[in-house]
Design a protein around this ligand. Structure first.
Ligand SMILES: Cc1cc2nc3c(=O)[nH]c(=O)nc-3n(C[C@H](O)[C@H](O)[C@H](O)COP(=O)(O)OP(=O)(O)OC[C@H]3O[C@@H](n4cnc5c(N)ncnc54)[C@H](O)[C@@H]3O)c2cc1C
Length: 394
């Protein structure tokens, strides 16, 4: 099937299956909540589409990289709730590659159907960029590990079922050599989850405390003390998904729509040469970024090895473009941007008479959340170090 037929097929599936109210909420930047994520994952699973990036035999698709990007773009534009990224993009592929047959049977089907949502427990209060310094201990005791310590910034842990984490299993040798990759049921006694409210007012982040938490040793991924190698594999994958092209395009299209309607000095804002120039400049940068992404996709499809840290480059450029596009939208909205909503459970649907202009819904909350994009998934300063180190090494 050619790409345009594929795009049409994806569009008609979404039009038939996505409830209008759910799409509207997500297009306005509300944080998706558990029922929406589970509903949409189950719908995708019925069609065999919930895990496009997984190997086919594990429940993935036979799509080309092009098709996967088209699918992500169409899903984003329509406002489909994102499937749980920690499960589908991070721990799922690791279980596919390194899990035992028993682990695959136990965990993968529940991810594919949206029954289990997963949290990522890597960062700790004193270990973020310097992740190898992490202190959460897992001590072997017969058939179990006993875990003590704390994780932080754990996205969505409050509504997840499982957590995959890096734990210290040895203090011998280099810090990287004593880390293991462990899976824990978040209902296990001794785990406490406390909310962190973001700058945008939403509850998406958490602290997770472990006090004598007993985790079966069969939940270890791969070999003990090899977790750092597995995590590096996974963090590379995380950054390839942060080009954020659909998000940039959606923000700029909303910005153009707003600027065509809202007036400044008696004329639509888009007629203001200074504003129009800034918008056009950003649109061009996003198109150039998209061209880079498609070039990388084409080279990957052709099996051409890339001699450049592309994931880092895409992450830096994509996150900064999102921040600039979101800020320009807020600026275009002016005072109308003031209403600030971000939690879908408070506002299951926009009320009949939303305060402020309907176009402004969620714009400020969204722009505030964008501030975190240059931090999570490895800060942009650290990504620039990676790029510089590789280029300067020659
Ligand atoms: C919205 C959000 C969601 C997140 N979700 C998760 C999650 O689900 N699971 C999880 O485990 N973690 C998560 N994180 C944590 C995230 O991975 C860390 O915040 C990130 O790795 C940075 O670590 P830190 O916050 O400890 O900052 P630090 O590492 O302390 O960095 C502080 C500052 O110093 C700079 N810096 C540090 N080292 C260097 C260096 N070598 N060179 C130059 N500058 C440097 C950084 O760029 C930053 O500006 C999330 C974070 C956010 C904001």
């Amino acid at each position: 099937m050619n790409d345009e037929h594929f795009r049409a097929e994806v569009r008609s599936f979404i039009a038939a299956e996505l409830p209008a109210e759910m799409g509207a909420r997500n297009r306005l930047g509300f944080h998706p909540h558990r029922p929406d994520v589970q509903f949409w994952t189950a719908k995708l699973h019925e069609r065999g589409w919930s895990a496009p990036g997984w190997p086919e035999q594990a429940g993935g698709t036979d799509w080309s990289l092009n098709q996967r990007h088209i699918f992500e773009e169409e899903s984003f534009f329509a406002g489909c709730p994102a499937v749980n990224p920690q499960a589908f993009k991070l721990v799922g592929p690791i279980i596919c590659a390194l899990g035992t047959e028993a682990q695959k049977r136990r965990f993968l089907p529940a991810i594919l159907k949206g029954e289990h949502l997963w949290a990522q427990g890597f960062s700790e209060p004193n270990s973020g960029s310097d992740l190898a310094s992490l202190q959460t201990r897992a001590v072997r005791d017969g058939e179990n590990y006993v875990v003590n310590g704390q994780k932080i910034w754990t996205s969505e842990a409050h509504y997840c079922d499982w957590i995959f984490m890096l734990v210290r299993t040895s203090t011998e040798g280099k810090p990287q050599a004593g880390i293991s990759f462990l899976l824990a049921d978040l209902q296990t006694p001794g785990i406490t989850i406390r909310p962190i409210i973001g700058i945008e007012g939403a509850h998406a982040l958490n602290e997770v405390f472990f006090e004598d938490v007993v985790v079966p040793a069969e939940n270890l991924i791969g070999e003990e003390n090899k977790g750092w190698t597995y995590a590096k594999q996974l963090l590379g994958a995380e950054r390839t998904h942060t080009a954020e092209v659909p998000r940039c395009k959606a923000l700029l299209s909303r910005c153009r729509q707003v600027a065509g309607v809202l007036e400044m000095g008696g004329q639509p804002l888009i007629e203001d040469a200074h504003f129009a120039r800034r918008l056009a400049r950003l649109e061009i940068e996003v198109l150039a970024h998209e061209a880079t992404l498609w070039r990388i996709v084409a080279e990957e499809e052709a099996g051409i090895g890339l001699d450049f840290p592309m994931p880092s480059l895409l992450k830096v450029k994509g996150s900064e473009l999102v921040q600039r596009a979101g800020a320009l939208l807020v600026e275009a909205l002016g005072d109308d941007a003031l209403p600030q909503y971000c939690e879908a459970e408070y506002f299951p649907a926009p009320p009949d008479n939303p305060p402020g202009d309907a176009m402004a819904w969620g714009a400020v909350a969204d722009a505030l959340y964008h501030r975190s994009m240059t931090i999570y998934g490895g800060t942009n300063e650290v990504q620039r170090n990676i790029i510089a180190a590789q280029l300067l090494r020659g």
